[in-house]
Structure formats: structure tokens, C-alpha cells
Design a protein around this ligand. Structure first.
Ligand code: PEP
Ligand code: MG
Length: 318
């Protein structure tokens, strides 16, 4: 029964005991958003806005941006869309914003850090987001990538407020942000954990380099402890904490993330059905118990194996 059921997602994410977990989609352009809505994603947890900035000599105009953002918001009328401001640099180079002569671009001027040098690009983007949000009924949340300090979070939230964007949050993808999440969430309305970069920066392993891929594992208890710390900060401030990195799409890991206190999971729409099926077969107590065991494991492999062994439902996914 589960295998058949696992083919589609009915748009309602819950644990076996009925505890709600928002299951959202990661999208990169309007066509993705339309496909995500058709797959019954409950909203968009990560709208990566880089698509219209890549392979260009200058940023798109405000009007071009408004048109694209409106299409994404329209696909999720009345529902939540978390739109991320431009994440330029490192694996997403943009010549008009980022320099190609940094020795360590992943540790350089990327994400929100580009705003210190080119505030105009972020200002135009926030203008476009605010206009698109005013024109559509989606519940628009805005977040910044690559936040490392409380000051950056505070500045970003204030900047969004000046554009009338009242729900501003941050991605937690740098260990420093995870470790002071309680302070950051005194300013930011929410956090979304980017496990792709959080793993890269925790393990000091380039996410694009095959020779260190064995270290790039979000199951590593060091990464899980930072997720737990972020969730503690969220709970302390009464703020939601989601995950929008690829870890959210791995059913057994999704169980652990929920057990650590994550309130939403955002993923590629094709993963929604399997993640929903495994969560739906696991109680919140079981999620919490498995999360504690994964945190205490010595290695990523131990954490993965002990959790997988405790979830026979995984075998039924096919
Ligand atoms: C992440 O780092 O986990 C994330 C979701 O952002 P991106 O993959 O776009 O860097
Ligand atoms: Mg990232």
C-alpha cells in the first residue's frame, strides 16, 4: 500500500502521530514553480533567484525581475514562497558582482557579502520582490544567503523592512551562524538551513570537489549538532527553522531533521512523496529518539546506518 501511495504527495506533511511538517519545494525559475505546484508542494521553501542573473554582463532590470517573481508567486497563490536574494560567488560566479581573482572564492565575497560592495543590486532586487509580492497573493518571505554574523542578519532585516517586506529571515549555512542562531533569530523572523554549504563549511570540504566528496556528508554528527543548535535558537526565540539543502530530500535524514526540531523541509518536488511517506510512518517521539542517537554517533556512516536500520518503512519505497 505504501509503495503505491509513495508515488504521489497529497499536499499534507505529517508524522504518524499527526504532527505537521511543512513539505515545500526548491525552485529555480517560474517553470519549476508551476511543476512544484502540480506536485502538491505546500509552498516554496527556496526560490533560488540566480537563474536570471547568470551568464549576463549586467543584472536584469527591475521590471524583468518583477515579471519572473510574479509568475512564481502566482503559481503559489495564497501559499508561502520563500524567495532568496541573489547568491552570487563561489559556485555561482557573476562577473558584475564577484571577482575571479580571489584565492578562496567559497570563503570570499559571496551571497549577502556582495551587498557591502554593490548595495544597488540587492536594493533593486528587494524593490522587484516587493512589487511582485504586492501584485500577487502569495505569502512572501525573503531570505539572505551566506549570513555569518548577527550584524549581517540585523542589516538585512532592516533593509527588507524599508521595502515593506516584513518577513525577513536568513539562511544558516555557515557554522558561525548556526552557533549564534539564538542571537540571529532575535532579529530574523525565520531561519532556513542550507545543508549543502553548512556541510561544506563544517567539514572544510569543497562541495564541488570529487576527491573530498567522502567528507561532504550531511549525516556527519558535526553537521547534525549544528542543525540541533540552530533549532535550539529557533525554539528559544519562537521562530521557525526549516531545511532547504539536499539533506531534506533524503527520507531517513528528514526523520532526523524533524527529530532535531526542524519545522519545514524544502526539496526537489520529486522527493516529496517519499519523504512524506517515511514521516507519515514515524511518530514524532521516534524522530526525536533517532535524532538523539544520530547526534551521539561517532561517524556519518554510523549515524546513517543506525537510523536506516530503525526505519523498515524505507524498504517499501521501491
Ligand atoms: C545550501 O547551501 O544548502 C543551499 C540550499 O543553497 P545552495 O545549494 O543554492 O548554495
Ligand atoms: Mg548555499
Amino acid at each position: 500500500a505504501l509503495a503505491a501511495q509513495a508515488r504521489t504527495f497529497d499536499g499534507d506533511g505529517r508524522t504518524a502521530d499527526g504532527h505537521r511538517v511543512e513539505l515545500l519545494a526548491n525552485v529555480g525559475d517560474p517553470a519549476d514553480a508551476e511543476a512544484a505546484a502540480a506536485a502538491h508542494a505546500q509552498g516554496v521553501g527556496l526560490f533560488r533567484t540566480e537563474f536570471q542573473f547568470l551568464d549576463r554582463d549586467e543584472p536584469p532590470t527591475i521590471d524583468e525581475q518583477v515579471t519572473a517573481y510574479r509568475r512564481v508567486f502566482a503559481a503559489f497563490a495564497g501559499r508561502k514562497v520563500v524567495i532568496r536574494t541573489l547568491d552570487a560567488g563561489a559556485d555561482k560566479p557573476m562577473p558584475f558582482l564577484t571577482s575571479d581573482d580571489e584565492a578562496n572564492p567559497a570563503l570570499g565575497v559571496r551571497g549577502l557579502r556582495t551587498a557591502a560592495l554593490h548595495a544597488d543590486v540587492l536594493e533593486d532586487q528587494l524593490t522587484a520582490i516587493a512589487r511582485a509580492a504586492d501584485a500577487e497573493s502569495a505569502v512572501v518571505w525573503v531570505m539572505a544567503p551566506m549570513v555569518s554574523t548577527v550584524d549581517e542578519a540585523e542589516d538585512f532585516v532592516a533593509r527588507c523592512a524599508r521595502h515593506g517586506l516584513g518577513t525577513a529571515g536568513v539562511m544558516v549555512e555557515v557554522p558561525s551562524a548556526a552557533l549564534v542562531a539564538d542571537r540571529i533569530l532575535a532579529h530574523a523572523a525565520f531561519a532556513s538551513i542550507g545543508t549543502n554549504d553548512l556541510t561544506q563549511y563544517t567539514m572544510a570540504a569543497d562541495r564541488l570537489l570529487g576527491s573530498v566528496a567522502h567528507l561532504s556528508d550531511a549525516w556527519h554528527p558535526a553537521v547534525l549538532r549544528l542543525v540541533a543548535e540552530t533549532c535550539r535558537g529557533g525554539a528559544a526565540q519562537g521562530r521557525p527553522v526549516g531545511v532547504c539543502g539536499e539533506a531534506a530530500a533524503v527520507p531517513a535524514l528528514a526523520v532526523v531533521l524533524v527529530g532535531l526540531g526542524v519545522t519545514s523541509l524544502s526539496m526537489t518536488p520529486r522527493a516529496l512523496a517519499d519523504v512524506a511517506a517515511v514521516l507519515g510512518a514515524t511518530t514524532s517521539d521516534e524522530c526525536a529518539r533517532l535524532a538523539q542517537r544520530a547526534l551521539a554517533a561517532p561517524t556519518a556512516a554510523d549515524a546513517r546506518e543506525l537510523v536506516r536500520a530503525a526505519l523498515p518503512v524505507l524498504a517499501e519505497l521501491g
